[in-house]
Design a protein around this ligand. Sequence first.
Ligand code: URA
Ligand code: ZN
Length: 392
Amino acid sequence: MAAQRLLVDIHTHVYLPRYAAFLRSRTSVPRIFTRASPESGKPEERLLILDDEPSGGRPIGSQYWERDEKLKFMDRHAIDVSLVSSANPWLDFLPASTAHALAAELNDDLETYCSTGPSLSANLKRLYGFGLLPLVPQATTESLISTVEQVASLPHLKGVIMGTRGVGKGLDDEALDPVWAALEKAGLVVFLHPHYGVDKNAWGEKANGHVLPLALGFPFETTIATTRLILSGVFDRYPNLRVLLAHSGGALPQLSSRLASCVAHDPLVASRLRHDARYYLGKLYFDAVAYGSEELGFVSDVIGRADKYVSTGASAAVSSAKGTDGTAKRRAGAQRMLFGTDHPFFPPLGETEKWKSVVENLEAIDGVYGWDEADKDAVRGGNAFALFNLGS
Ligand code: URA
Ligand code: ZN
């Protein structure tokens, strides 16, 4: 099987049955509750995960927890392999001891979900996963490290998904240094994913459903968390830490030169980092869940130019640009971008054979100016093989 031509979805979620049952048992957000459908009168389950969630939450059904539904979705869209992650809000809302125990159980559940699923060949399954860490206030370093070790010991888990709050003070908290060190040592990929968005007062009073929190709040949360990680020097201290950003890094690619300029003009920060802020975007991985070719091309350019901003000496001088040709830079960036769908979120509103979100993300990859077929194959699956060491 030509692994380089396979389609791999690295952004696809599950609420494992144990987690869904837990959400059903709760009476406050996050929770799953049942109500009579306003249209049919029949009972329907709904998901409430955001504070002040618009539209009475979202409809939720078996596609969120049934493995067969995930596999049907994969078959329908010709997705060969999925890297499945628990969906937000993970364990964020739990006391530390509960979060630790539930993380361990859910990691075992996800390993079983993957390992007992179908295979494509003797050494390639269709399902792999991202585990969970008990990242909540009062979590002890020991509990976090032992969970990193648990995930590292489960053969089908290739990384961890995490939100942006860390143990209460965000991801730039030095308390997390032992966690970054352990993740780096274990070679686990960190999938950084939003949940909280930004201050809801920014959305005004008009009812716009989930559009503003999902289209803007989510990506800005990722933008802020990643920027704080860069500013904290985490990527200087852990240069082999591999972090994959949801939704193509939000607004960070667009704002990265402004960020670099603000750093250079701030006496508190100007000499803190080893490199120009733009350099660190070339150390990150970006999903290709941006829904447009031009957006993907732009992200690819920003990754591809990052080497130009390596500091060669004490003065943070910009090195001579390698491959100044725009196409070469764009093609270099493609090596750090990976196809994803965000399934089972964004279900079509009407009956369709294929999900618009998937079709759009595939068409976006196909249409990127300057990417050749090898680059597109890399984004569709080849990069995932390399990043997650699949099939070996
Ligand atoms: N995508 C997600 O991963 N979570 C949401 O809540 C919505 C979209
Ligand atoms: Zn997602």
